[in-house]
Ligand binder design. Sequence first.
Ligand SMILES: [Cu+2]
Length: 155
Amino acid sequence: MLSTALRLIGIAGVLLGVLGASVAYAQSAVTMTAVEFAFQPSTVRTGSGAVTFNVRNDGQFPHNIRIDGMDSDVFAANLSSGQSATATVTLAPGTYAFWCPVPTHRERGMEGTLTVAGAQAARAGGLDPMVLSGILGLAGLVVLGAGLRRGRATG
Ligand SMILES: [Cu+2]
């Protein structure tokens, strides 16, 4: 019956791996508000690849986002007061400054730091979710395989 237990642990590991992967996917979204003159939050972390920005302009002036190294603003048009918008950009792992491209807004405080974690990068808060899910999934398969081998040897 040990092999049955091992198999169940293996299946649990695979499920954890799938769960971890979905968590990693969910983190590739950034939700912020823009006001005069700040982004809230101004320090943002996300996964690499396609990153969706959900931004609401809670201020009076138009605002937008420009990420260091990109040729255009995140939103095709500035967000007007009260407007919410969603846009997806592709980001490689790294640390980027971002700011509001409307004249003088950056100087007045509308800037922040965006950290994009890579698949191999360890985070300050713990393992990168993609790495963690991979380890959990792999551990699940190894345990599952051991359980199957044991079952064959004794049966
Ligand atoms: Cu602005």
